[in-house]
Design a protein. Sequence first.
Length: 465
Amino acid sequence: MDAKSQEMIANLFKAPAAARAAKTLDRAIFAKSLPTFAASVRENKLISKYRKQLEKTNELLSLERFDVITPNPDPALAAQGRKCLILAPSINGSSPDTWSAELQEGTKTGDLQLVPFELKIGYDLWSYLDVMRSILPEDLHGEIPVGFNTAGHVAHLNLRSQYLPYKHIIAQVIIDKNPTIRTVINKIDDVGTQSEFRTFSYEVLAGPDDMLVEVSEAGCFFKFDYSKVYWNTKLGTEHQRITALFKPGEVVADVMAGIGPFAVPAGRKGVFVYANDKNPESFKYLSDIIRRNHTEQFVKPFNEDGHEFIRNAADYVLEASMRGDCATIKAKVSRSATKPVPEPKRVPLPPIISHFVMNLPASAIEFLHNFKGVYHGQEKLFTPHTDVKLPMVHTHCFAVKADDATPLDDICERIYKEIGVKLVPGDAEVPGQVGIHEVRDVAPAKRMFCASFRVPPEVAFASRS
């Protein structure tokens, strides 16, 4: 479309005067019209041909979510099923000398006939931002709420105070423009500061107060009450990154497992996971999610305090391994196979934990002192007596957002205060070093990290106090 057409279309989406600073949504005021022309096609089988030609000459209407093929404006022809192609607003049906050669040729042969057309747009063609710019005062256009967490059909906002007077209309437009969203809520306290379970108080801004949601991630199905447990869809990439580090047959201790976004996908790939969460509601839903995803043989749920779980998990695993706990995997056999069914494969539970996951960024580092003595008296299970390394710990945490070494040094210092061993930023596989991965920004000056390191021998084999 040429510059003139673009300008005319842009004028269609200019803010209606009646919308400015509205507190309720009137969709009707977003209906507008523009006189233009359409190319009536003699036979519908010619539509594809001329659509391609007129797209190349930029003479067709170009408007997102708008179909340029429409019934003929003549009711009699429309009744016969005749169609037309809506032309760009700048095309003057009375001035053939301004038309492309293709359009002129089509009219000469009788394949096309230019007819007046009233281009109408309604609220459904306005984007979320277009509507918001129409409604919100201009001084609020700089940070229009566009980002929000989702959990199934629920959108979770964290509105700043200046947008609260418009909270209900913002929520309704979000529902209108996001077909999968049915409920919009606004958080009214800070996760992790007012609730040890990372749950939050909320108000419903639009839609039903229905917080029982269903989510699919990494091929796993999760069903839970979003108001009673912690879930963050924005951590999906981090869930996959960490889970990819686990090898089938290893043991992972997930200290703050929530409802299992690390544990259940790991279990699906044949990793043994001891998954713990202190929140009784998380434990309830985790147990159900394990069952729904058929990972009972690999994922075992616990409902303990995280400090105690770290101190106990190594003993749990060692004891279970010594008594012969295992997973039994049935062989996949084709229905048409005539050979004898193979014996189920027995996957023994190893005696040691390969990874600890600690996804409680507000305070996970403060749990690290519990690793002192975690393998006291069990030195012969590890190098140099075997080829087994001490567990890798993945600790999520918050730190200041900066481009220099400030956050890395801060994280290392906090780890030192807990375990008494000085680590420096680097490679998690190198003794004395910690790998620090940037996960995501959570505020203008705050970033989430994941610090990974192997438990130092002087920590793991220390006397238990």
